[in-house]
Ligand binder design. Structure first.
Ligand SMILES: [Zn+2]
Length: 112
């Protein structure tokens, strides 16, 4: 099930909302901790669909792969239904980073 933040807030009782408000006003330490914990929990699970071919991921299959990449505070996650989709994704990423390198202006030779 997927609900937005607005729906979650809508479903909360007055006391819960007050608790969150008080926490936010004092730096949001508890909320940050709660969200970080949930993210860690979800990082361990595969996504529901393959990032390459969009086929449904059968969580019982041993050929599933999940890749977590990016900086610590903005990690991305992608799940693949098999080695071929994972390889395709990596090849595409490699291709993109090569192209990025090519577009970086090269140090120019001094013209005399
Ligand atoms: Zn796939």
């Amino acid at each position: 099930m997927s609900i937005g933040l607005k729906d979650a807030v809508e479903a909360m009782e007055y006391d819960e909302l007050m608790g969150i408000k008080i926490d936010l006003e004092s730096g949001g330490f508890n909320i940050k901790k709660m969200i970080t914990q949930k993210i860690r929990e979800k990082e361990k699970k595969h996504e529901k669909k393959c990032a390459v071919c969009s086929s449904d991921i059968d969580s019982c299959r041993s050929s599933n792969y999940t890749l977590i990449f990016g900086p610590e505070d903005f990690k991305k996650k992608a799940t693949f239904c098999g080695m071929d989709c994972l390889e395709y994704f990596i090849a595409k990423m490699r291709d993109m980073s090569y192209r990025k390198m090519e577009s970086v202006p090269q140090k120019k030779e001094k013209i005399e």
